[in-house]
Design a protein around this ligand. Structure first.
Ligand SMILES: [Ca+2]
Length: 267
C-alpha cells in the first residue's frame, strides 16, 4: 500500500508545475507574473487564487489538493497518513492537522520567495475565521471569537437559497442526495460562489488560523477553528455558513482539509 502511494505521488510530481531552488523559473508562463491585489493568480504548484473584495488577500479557489500537499510531503520527507477513502490527485488533501497546514504554508512561502516567484512581503497562510466568513458571503457577525460566532447567523448557507441544498450544490453527505460522491470529490466539481470560489460548503471542512476560544493565533497545542460542512455532513446546523467546530492542533481526519490564502504586501 505504501509503495503504491509513493508511486502515485511520484507520478503526480512528474507532471507537477514545480521547481527546485536554483532551477530557472519562468514566472510569466508559470504564474502569469507577480500576484497583484484584485486580480486572479496561479502559483508554482498550479494552485489558483481569487481576490476577495475588502481584503488585501488572494483566496484559494480550491481546497489544497492531494497533489499540492504531496509535493510538500515528498520534498520534506514528511509522514502522511494514508487516506481510508479513495482519492485522486485533484481531491482535497485530508488527514492533515492544523500544525501540518501551517508547515505547508511556511514551506511554500519560503520556496517561492527564495527563487523570486513571490515578491517580498507576500506569504501563504490559513485564512482567519472572519476572512473565511467574507469569502462565503456571510453578513456582519457580532461574536468576538469563533466560539461565540458559531451558529450565530441562522438560515444562511454557502449556496444561494434555503435548506436543503439542491442537486449540484456541492459535495455533502450521501443522505442529502445532491451529489454522486460518497466521499471527497475533485475540487472544482460544483458551482463557484459569487467570488469564484469552490467548495466552501462541502467536500472537506477547512482549518482556520484562529484559536477556538480567544480568536488569537497561537502556534502549538490548543483548540483551533474549522469552517464549512463536508462530504460527511448533512444537517442544517452543520451546513450553515456560520457553523464552526473546534479541532485540536494535532488532530487529523478524512473529512478535514485546508484552504490557503496569499497575503499581499501592505498597500
Ligand atoms: Ca470545504
Amino acid at each position: 500500500m505504501r509503495a503504491k502511494r509513493l508511486a502515485v505521488i511520484t507520478a503526480m510530481l512528474a507532471t507537477a508545475c514545480w521547481f527546485a531552488v536554483g532551477d530557472p523559473v519562468d514566472t510569466n508562463s508559470a504564474a502569469g507574473g507577480s500576484p497583484v491585489s484584485g486580480r486572479p493568480w496561479r502559483n508554482s504548484l498550479g494552485m489558483e487564487f481569487v481576490p476577495i473584495p475588502g481584503t488585501n488577500l488572494l483566496f484559494g479557489k480550491w481546497e489544497t489538493r492531494v497533489q499540492d500537499y504531496a509535493a510538500f510531503v515528498q520534498r520534506e520527507g514528511r509522514k502522511w497518513k494514508e487516506s481510508r477513502v479513495p482519492q485522486g490527485p485533484t481531491h482535497p488533501a485530508v488527514n492533515v492537522t492544523w500544525d501540518d497546514a501551517l508547515a505547508f504554508c511556511a514551506w511554500l512561502t519560503e520556496r517561492e520567495l527564495k527563487v523570486g516567484f513571490l515578491p517580498a512581503g507576500c506569504r501563504y497562510r490559513l485564512p482567519w475565521d472572519l476572512e473565511w466568513s467574507l469569502a462565503v458571503g456571510l453578513g456582519p457577525e457580532t461574536g468576538k471569537t469563533p466560539f461565540k460566532r458559531n451558529g450565530e447567523i441562522k438560515g444562511v448557507y454557502p449556496w444561494d437559497g434555503p435548506f436543503p441544498p439542491l442537486t449540484g450544490a456541492g459535495n455533502y453527505a450521501p443522505v442529502r442526495e445532491v451529489d454522486t460522491y460518497p466521499y471527497t470529490a475533485p475540487v472544482g466539481s460544483f458551482s463557484t460562489n459569487r467570488y469564484g470560489i469552490y467548495d466552501l460548503g462541502g467536500n472537506v471542512s477547512e482549518l482556520c488560523l484562529d484559536g477556538w476560544l480567544d480568536g488569537s493565533f497561537a502556534p502549538g497545542p490548543g483548540d483551533k477553528t474549522l469552517r464549512g460542512g463536508s462530504w460527511f455532513h448533512s444537517t442544517p446546523w452543520h451546513l450553515a455558513s456560520s457553523a464552526r467546530e473546534k479541532v485540536a492542533n494535532n488532530f487529523d481526519d478524512i473529512r478535514i482539509g485546508f484552504r490557503v490564502v496569499l497575503e499581499l504586501p501592505a498597500r
